[in-house]
Design a protein around this ligand. Structure first.
Ligand SMILES: Cc1cc2nc3c(=O)[nH]c(=O)nc-3n(C[C@H](O)[C@H](O)[C@H](O)COP(=O)(O)OP(=O)(O)OC[C@H]3O[C@@H](n4cnc5c(N)ncnc54)[C@H](O)[C@@H]3O)c2cc1C
Length: 294
């Protein structure tokens, strides 16, 4: 009840307090902060995917800046010999401005990553972008780039059909529940339905021997995945978790010998991402009160 009240009024809470609570979910504001975080994760035995925060950009200049930052991330990964790929959001590369312009930006990032044998994951945003995101992914593959993968959200009813369309590409797919609230006409609403669809998508990927990134902090889905992967090739899956979320689960997966990749976001544009994370935190009320009164 208190959590719901806090979640509903989160927008009214001063940014400085939100930052204090949300700090655990982001590496910091600069690329050096992200490098430091990834080094620490690598030392623990985890791999990473770095992401510069920012989305829904409206100007060419902003999209070019995001593209350049992605290229700088790849430089930094190389320079510091990090075990990390990167994740990108297409609305930060100009998808709302012009699809071809966005593709040119995306292609330059994937090309640079390919030369360095690094992987670029294209994050999935809210439903108005689903088809276009998958199309640009397929365009990259038709252009010969293999070092890239997509994300499907088990919340969306269309994901099973989308997954089928990815079989011919032998796509590398991250499965997540989906962070964006979507209407009942296109999305499952109950956590049980979202979880069941998650399992179906996973089974499809396992059976088709497609590489799957199991992105969740949900104990029941982790247990379900573990049962399946005990009998499949280790190189075809990995667990993925978000920075600052359920670190004990991350550590126990590492200890059991599973490959775990941590999503490491950074940048000045931390507000939107952090708000989404905070709304998912079951202890949000306690965190917010602590930050307000400390
Ligand atoms: C690596 C990675 C990449 C992702 N990429 C995308 C993407 O491209 N597009 C997209 O829409 N979504 C993405 N997501 C977000 C995802 O869709 C979910 O919103 C998020 O992971 C929570 O879902 P869950 O499976 O962990 O289940 P939940 O039921 O939300 O969480 C399971 C348990 O984890 C804990 N938990 C979850 N979140 C938090 C939190 N913020 N703070 C503290 N505890 C928490 C709670 O104990 C909760 O009971 C990604 C998630 C991960 C892990």
């Amino acid at each position: 009840m208190l959590n719901e009240m806090i979640t509903g009024t989160l927008q009214l809470i001063p940014k400085s307090i939100v930052y204090r609570v949300a700090r655990r979910y982001i590496a910091g504001e600069t690329l050096s902060d992200a490098v430091r975080e990834v080094k620490a994760l690598n030392a623990l035995g985890a791999t990473a995917t770095m992401d510069v925060l920012g989305e829904f950009v409206k100007t060419h200049a902003q999209a070019v800046a995001a593209t350049n930052m992605a290229l700088q991330m790849l430089d930094a990964i190389e320079e510091h010999k990090l075990t990390s790929g990167i994740s990108v959001k297409l609305t930060s590369l100009g998808l709302d401005i012009d699809e071809n312009f966005c593709y040119t930006n995306l292609r330059s990032i994937v090309k640079s990553a390919s030369a360095r044998e690094r992987f670029v994951r294209i994050d999935m945003e809210n439903s108005p972008y689903t088809s276009r995101t998958l199309e640009l992914y397929k365009r990259l593959r038709k252009d010969g780039f293999e070092n890239t993968g997509v994300v499907l959200q088990s919340r969306l009813r269309r994901s099973a059909a989308d997954l089928m369309s990815l079989v011919e590409f032998k796509a590398k797919v991250r499965i997540c529940k989906g962070i964006y609230i979507e209407p009942p006409a296109i999305a499952y609403q109950s956590s049980e339905e979202i979880r069941e669809n998650y399992k179906k998508l996973l089974i499809f990927l396992f059976e088709h021997k497609m590489h799957v990134a199991i992105a969740t902090h949900d104990d029941s889905l982790v247990a379900f995945a573990k049962d399946w992967i005990s009998s499949i090739d280790k190189s075809t899956y990995e667990f993925q978790m978000l920075l600052g979320v359920r670190e004990a689960l991350r550590d126990s997966l590492l200890k059991e010998g599973y490959k775990v990749r941590v999503y490491v976001p950074f940048g000045k544009d931390w507000y939107g991402y952090s708000m989404r994370r905070l709304k998912e935190n079951p202890e949000i009320a306690a965190y917010v009160f602590k930050a307000m009164f400390s």
